[in-house]
Design a protein around this ligand. Sequence first.
Ligand SMILES: Cc1cc2nc3c(=O)[nH]c(=O)nc-3n(C[C@H](O)[C@H](O)[C@H](O)COP(=O)(O)O)c2cc1C
Length: 390
Amino acid sequence: MRYITAGESHGPQLTAIVDGVPAGLHISEESINADLARRQSGYGRGERQLIEHDRVRIVSGVRFGRTIGAPITLIIENRDWENWTDRMAVFGEAPLDLKRETTPRPGHADLVGALKTDSDDCRNVLERASARETAARVAAAGIARELLADLGVDVFSYVTSIGQAKFIEKDPMLDAPDYKPLEIEISDVRCPNEAAADAMRLEIDKARNLGESLGGTFRVVARGLVAGLGGYASAHERMTGRIGAALFSIPAIKGVEFGLGFEAATLPGSHVHDPIQLDPLFGFTRTSNNAGGLEGGMTTGMPLIVTCAMKPIPTLMTPLGTIELDSLEPAEASKERSDVCAVPACAVVAEGEVAFALANAYLEKFGHDNMADIRANLAAYKQRLKTVSR
Ligand SMILES: Cc1cc2nc3c(=O)[nH]c(=O)nc-3n(C[C@H](O)[C@H](O)[C@H](O)COP(=O)(O)O)c2cc1C
C-alpha cells in the first residue's frame, strides 16, 4: 500500500491517493473524519483550526462502503481557500498588489526551498511545506487503520512532554498499553495524567504570552500485533527502519526511540532485554517490554511503543532574524498565522504513519488481494504460533 498527497495549504483542496488496498475492506468516512478532527484539535493551535472543519470525501476505490481493490482517492476541501482565491489562483496573472514572502523563517523550509527551486516568493515553498499536508496523510492513514482494526490491531498516542512540562510515568513500557484511549482523547493535550496536562497547558500559555513556540514528546502505541511482522534478513525488511523512516517523514520530528530508546544505551544488558516465557494461553511472551515490541527488525507480539520528539514550531510572533531576499538586508522573519504548539496534533499524524507501516507489513505477510484471504492466512498463522507453544 502506498499513498501520495497533493494540494497546497491555501489551495482549493488536499488530495490523497492510496494504492494497493485489498478488496473487501469496510471503510467509514466517519472514522476518518474523527481522526481528522483529532488532528485539528489540541491546546495551543492557531486560528486556522477555527476556519477549517476537515471532512473527507472518498471519490474512488470504494463501492457500497467496501474497497474494490482499486486506488482510493480522498479529498479534503480547504475552507480557507475562499480567502486566497486571488493570491493562490491556479491560472491568470498575479495580482498587482501581491505580497511576496521574502523574509524566510528560520526552522522552516522557506529559505532552502526558495534557493532550491529558484523562487523569489517563499510562498511557493511554504504552501506545500506547511503541515496542512498532514491532514491528507491522516485521511490516507484512515484506510490503514481500518485494515488494522479488521485484523485486531489498534493504534493510539499520548503526549509525554510539552516544553519543560513532563508526564513522568512509572514504567511506560509496561503501563502505556493500558492507558485508556478515552482519557487521552478527552484531554486537549492528549495526556492521560491531569496534573501533567495542567502543567503542559501552563507551558503553552507562557509561550504564547512571550510570542514563543514549543515542541515536545509523545508516544505511539500499537496493540494486538502478531509476532513476526517485518524481517531480519535484509535491511529493507526491518520494521525499525520502516517505522522510523515513516515517523521521520513528518515535519518537525527530530527524534524517534523504540522502547527504552536512548536509555537502553546507558544500562547493562540484563536490565534491558526482555526475558522470554511461555504462557499456556498466549504462547511466547515477555516479562517486560523494554524493546518496545521490536526485536531483530520484527514485531515480537508485545505492544509496539515508539517515542517521538517534535521541535518547536518555527513561526514565532517574536520573530528571529533573517535576510530579506530582495534587498539582502537583515530583517525580521515573517509571521504566518501559526500554532504555538502542535505536539498533540503531531501525535495523531504519527499514529497514522505507524498504522500505514504496520498495515503494509500485514499485507506483505498475509496477502494483499482481498480481506477474506488475509483474515484466513492470519488465523492460520496465529494457530500455528499457538501450537508451537503447547
Ligand atoms: C501537526 C503539525 C502542525 C504544525 N503547525 C505549524 C504551524 O502552525 N506553524 C509552523 O511554522 N510550523 C508548524 N509545524 C511545523 C513545521 O511544519 C515544520 O517545523 C517545518 O515543516 C520544518 O520542519 P523540518 O525541519 O523537520 O522539516 C507543524 C507541524 C506539524 C506536524
